[in-house]
Design a protein around this ligand. Structure first.
Ligand SMILES: Nc1ncnc2c1ncn2[C@@H]1O[C@H](COP(=O)(O)OP(=O)(O)O)[C@@H](O)[C@H]1O
Ligand SMILES: [Mg+2]
Length: 325
């Protein structure tokens, strides 16, 4: 399903929380909404599921103005994940995940099969977790359950408001990678709010940058990091070049279209010294070069087959390129 904000405004008193916001999200796209605290990200997000009504302008879901769709009907098609998850404390994990299917009056067998499937999907085995209480979960586990719960009725749209904001950086990276894996199989239309640029770059098909209620730019990560706009340059920081490297694969730099490993690869995992996998990022490759004091590495396929050589020059050329995404 597609999404669109068209000249959406939200005014609180005399303050414009969202100011003439216009943006379209295509079917299956993972759009990241980013910007400084208070810039209007949450308000814009909540316009989609009618937790906030625009003061003027419109929001369209699947081509329909949401103002004319009942909030209940609308939210059936929209999963919502927030930072502090909000799991129901007096319900087991299974009952939490089953909340929406129950509202939709699915039969028991269908619900329990779905719960098991979702727990598997988010990497928490049902045998171990279905009967667990939310208070016993780690922060990362609770967020995974939050994602499972939002996906329960298989909504085509997923809204995520800083979903991984409250977990430690390592867990956060694991959750991001897992979410990318899930998204690569489910292909939901996702709006993901964050104020963390690295998270935006890692996850986004496209990144929309907001400031003071307004949309400043919307572009693929690689493009955004080359944007000359002063606010964007400032926002993306001095290490924007390194950040670009984190979005490019070794394979792509040597002319073999290779996606970055969704499962994550950090230069370990059994590749011989002096070699790097084609599905590693160029940032990882650069780090390996620096560590080894080498200006080139053997590029090998994930299966261990030698593909070619990655030189520091290839790497620099890719970093300067414009075709990154
Ligand atoms: N219910 C509200 N009443 C008054 N002001 C609000 C309300 N919700 C948000 N705001 C204000 O609108 C601006 C944008 O808020 P928000 O969308 O939550 O920003 P973000 O999610 O980017 O941090 C902020 O200045 C915030 O204080
Ligand atoms: Mg917010």
């Amino acid at each position: 399903m597609t999404l669109e904000w068209r000249n959406a405004d939200k005014t609180y008193g005399d303050k414009k929380a969202v100011d003439h916001f216009s943006l379209e999200v295509s079917e299956g796209e993972l759009l990241v909404l980013i910007g400084p605290s208070g810039c209007g990200k949450t308000t814009s997000l909540k316009m989609i599921n009618r937790l906030v009504e625009p003061s003027s302008g419109s929001v369209f879901v699947d081509g329909k103005d949401v103002a004319g769709v009942s909030a209940t009907e609308l939210r059936r098609h929209i999963g919502y994940v927030i930072q502090q998850v909000g799991l129901f404390p007096h319900m087991t994990v299974a009952d939490n995940v089953a909340a929406v299917p129950r509202l939709l009056k699915w039969d028991r067998d269908r619900i329990s099969a779905r719960v098991k499937e979702l727990l598997d999907l988010v990497g928490l085995p049902a045998d171990e977790y279905a009967g667990a209480w939310p208070s016993r979960l780690s922060g990362g586990e609770a967020q995974r359950i939050g994602v499972a719960r939002a996906l329960a009725a298989d909504p085509p749209i997923l809204l995520m408001d800083e979903p991984f904001g409250a977990v430690d950086p390592l867990t956060r990276e694991v959750l991001q990678r897992e979410f990318l894996r899930i998204q690569s199989t489910l292909g939901k239309t996702v709006v993901f709010v964050t104020h963390d640029l690295d998270e935006a770059i890692r996850l986004g098909d496209r990144i929309a940058v907001m400031n003071e209620g307004r949309l400043v730019a919307a572009a693929a990560p690689g493009e955004l990091l080359l944007d000359a706009d002063p606010f964007i340059r400032d926002f993306t920081g001095e290490d924007r070049a390194l950040r670009r490297l984190a979005r490019l694969s070794v394979g792509a730099a040597i002319g073999e279209a290779t996606p970055i490993a969704a499962a994550g690869f950090n230069g370990e995992g059994g590749t011989p010294a002096g070699s790097v996998r084609t599905d590693a990022t160029l940032k990882e490759a650069l780090s390996m070069m620096l560590e080894a004091g080498e200006t080139s590495l053997e590029a090998v396929s994930p299966a261990g087959r030698r593909i070619g050589k990655l030189t520091l020059e290839d790497l620099l050329e890719s970093a300067a390129g414009t075709e990154a995404s």
